[in-house]
Write a protein that binds this ligand. Sequence first.
Ligand SMILES: [Zn+2]
Length: 404
Amino acid sequence: MRKIDLTNFQVATSETARDINRRIVLNLIRSHQPISRADLARHSGLQRSTVSVIAEQLIDQRWITEGADGHTLRGRRPRFLHLNKERVGIIGVNIRPATTTVALADLDANFVSQESIRTAPNPEQFVEDLVPRLRNLIKMRPEITCEGIGVSLPGRVDLVSQRLVFAPNLAWSDFDLKTAIEQATGLPVELENAANSCALAEIWFGQQAEGVRNLVAVTVSEGIGCGLILNHQLVQGSSGMAGEFGHTTMVEDGLECRCGNRGCWELYASNSAAVRYYSQSASSARNGKATSKSVSQAITFDHLLRLTDQSDPKAIEAINQMARYLGMGISRLVTGLAPDVIVVIGEVTRAWNRVGPIISETVKNHSFTLANTRIVSKDPSSQPRLRGTIAVVLQKHFGAPLVA
Ligand SMILES: [Zn+2]
């Protein structure tokens, strides 16, 4: 049960009840479509007449549409309702340090169009590069009404100012991306941290999320981010900074991190860490020294995964070392939060046959609370980060309203 916050509450009005029922009906249509009004009344427990009024409103607002007649044994033909997938769209912008993907998706997060651009070194230039692409997307599909733009970032956004406040791997200065994109496109923009977006995508589109109350998404790329959903609710923490487990200390007096701290988890368990492990062992084999910048620049994480497939022993050891550190951090999440499921997202999941067992073993050796947490990988081909951008906008329209 949630305590009523006397500094920020909303009393229930008849409008509140209507809004809750409307969202329940919308969600029932989403999960049972195509569905008749009679079945909606049965599933929701609402009066048939109430369901009809809500359905008419949703049709007017173009969220749903009536499809072909259904068939019943008794001859009467109900008209089935389904989401208006062809007419309503959401634009997603997935910003990563090197590339940004821009896409148009339907309400089921199926992408109807997408392209990638280079991520500019500063946010002003980025907006200049991005806006023409967004306008093109909107123009290309005039039959689709865009409900909004979801933006996923490798950083954190201040809850009040909506400015980008913590993005060590993007190296952009504090900037109001939301207002800049909203003014240029006329569409509402939702900014969200990449790991939070992935956690939301898992809740809204994931196969394993039905009935899950507590879920942690761990995004592993240049850095490590965590998105926490506890008791069905995204945890934002004070001013939006919750989830930065990647910047908690894993190694006392360890390597210096771009965030200012030393020995951060992501310095030992990210893609960049694995590349560094490989480079160090390759260069020490060559000249007996443990550092070589030129080697570390010459190999990418992708290349390292390919070397692992070819049974290169140094590449395998580098990936194993990364996996052990991933397991160390994940064991803290298991012990500290006991979520139902932890979803690992990132290129490293392509080597899950190798990495998954090492993570499980490490967690087993470090977490003794008997938390019943499933640790699963997300298939990178499902584009979890990009789907996350769609979930960020979708939840605004389909999520449960805040009351009391
Ligand atoms: Zn750090």
